[in-house]
Design a protein around this ligand. Structure first.
Ligand code: ADP
Length: 430
């Protein structure tokens, strides 16, 4: 027990003894005791009233008192100082956070579970046209009327950033990320990528222009080399061999230029245009025939299993290019006489075109990189079979434009399966 509690105890004993003594002298024991304890209670009541008044209206200082009351009030005073210090620290942190978030060029927004805006930094006004407190309490989808953004927001899977145009400045490009935190809240961060996009467009245009410029001289060169290599006179047999090599290399360059042009066209035009109903079964039947021609003396067994009722909405030329790239690869990377199986069927609700080969297979560490430009496992092998290193990049881009994706499964020594998985929305069933 603290000293002050003992003190209160002794005061009560003192009042009782004094009442007894005075009662002896005056002859009024109850009156004297009531007077003594009454004074004690009145003193405590006064302190209680003062404390209550202070609690209701904290403008004055904590009231002063001695004894046990003094101890209680001292503790309250210490608690208040502590709270004040904590509040100061919190205010300082908040000020620092606010000035940091104001200085950042990225837009930052906090939205609640139902995508209601809670807070936005200064850059949000420039990049999203959203500012708080003006727009606090409004739903984000009512202010950002971009279907791709709303689908992304509802998807709940944010491992990849969304590329979109700024809702307030359509000429600006944004890379948007969403980070879920706390109790179903989300932090939306948008980074201005206009400059990067500009550089990317410059790069694509440069590749497209240079490929275009190279095409004509290459055609002329190949034409003359064709004539030279077939001439009996005056060229010697050795010279003819050199002409043949030069002709082959010029053709390889022409293929590279063609693939570069295709890729830059795919990169620079937004989405697949001229979409029509594509008779995929008919398309892959003709591609199978072409595959057999390409295989020629290599005698691959190419089989086809296509569901004739499945058609697809897409760009015919692009789809043909993607599928033929996969079939050509299967022919080029499968030993002579190997089996190649083409299938076109539903997997669940999704229409899937798959090319399964019995080739050398691909080690797992290469799989994530195969669609990168010029990524080859064996460069010499790729070149010898007429590869440019751009085929799978072209396939990936075409599939992206059709909301589809490429699935690659492979086992060393057994073979590989390249599957184009299309969304059910593109299917037309007959
Ligand atoms: P390339 O013109 O070199 O074939 P691609 O982009 O078409 O370029 O393919 C990239 C690389 O992926 C190839 O160099 C090859 O190593 C590998 N690859 C592609 N298809 C197959 C396949 N069916 N079997 C084994 N490896 C393959």
């Amino acid at each position: 027990m603290s000293g002050n509690i003992w003190r209160e105890f002794w005061i009560l004993i003192g009042i009782a003894l004094a009442s007894l003594l005075l009662a002896e002298i005056t002859g009024y024991p109850f009156l004297i005791a009531a007077l003594g304890f009454g004074l004690y209670i009145a003193f405590n009541l006064r302190n209680l009233v003062q404390l209550n008044r202070w609690l209701v209206n904290k403008r004055e200082d904590v009231p002063d008192a001695g004894g046990l009351w003094g101890e209680v009030l001292d503790r309250i005073r210490a608690l208040m100082k502590d709270t004040e210090r904590r509040e100061d620290r919190l205010t300082e942190m908040l000020t620092r956070f606010q000035s940091a978030s104001s200085a950042t060029p990225d837009a930052m927004l906090i939205v609640s579970r139902k995508n209601v805006i809670e807070w936005a930094n200064v850059a949000s006004e420039r990049l999203f046209g959203i500012s708080t407190p003006r727009d606090a309490g409004r739903r984000l989808i009512n202010l950002v009327r971009e279907p791709a953004f709303n689908t992304y927001l509802d998807r709940g899977e944010y491992s990849e950033a969304l590329e979109m145009n700024s809702p307030s400045q359509p000429l600006r490009s944004l890379s948007v990320r969403i980070i879920p935190f706390g109790s179903n809240q989300k932090l939306v961060i948008a980074h201005d990528t206009t400059h990067l996009m500009h550089l990317e467009t410059m790069r694509s245009n440069f590749v497209a222009n240079i490929s275009h410029e190279l095409r004509t001289p290459l055609t002329v060169l190949t034409g003359f080399l064709e004539t030279l290599k077939d001439m009996d006179r005056p060229a010697s047999a050795e010279l003819r061999k050199h002409f043949q090599t030069m002709h082959d290399q010029a053709q390889r360059m022409a293929r590279l230029v063609d693939d570069l042009l295709t890729l830059s066209k795919l990169e620079t035009t937004p989405a697949a245009r001229h979409e029509v109903e594509v008779d995929v079964p008919a398309m892959i039947t003709s591609l199978k025939d072409t595959g057999e021609l390409v295989s020629g003396a290599h005698h691959h067994h190419i089989s086809l299993d296509a569901d004739a009722s499945l058609h697809l909405v897409g760009n015919e030329e692009e789809l043909r290019s993607a599928f033929s790239n996969l079939i050509n690869n299967a022919v080029r990377y499968t030993p002579d006489g190997g089996d190649i199986r083409l299938t076109w069927k539903l997997e669940g609700d999704s229409p899937v075109f798959a090319v399964r080969d019995t080739g050398e297979g691909i080690a797992p560490q290469h799989l994530p990189h195969l669609t990168e430009r010029f990524y080859r496992i064996d460069t010499a092998r790729s070149r010898d079979t007429g590869g440019t290193g751009l085929g799978l990049s072209i396939v990936k881009h075409i599939l992206l434009r059709h909301d589809a994706h490429l699935k690659i499964e492979s086992e060393i020594g057994k073979g590989s399966t390249f599957s184009c998985v299309f969304p059910p929305a593109r299917l037309i069933k007959h």
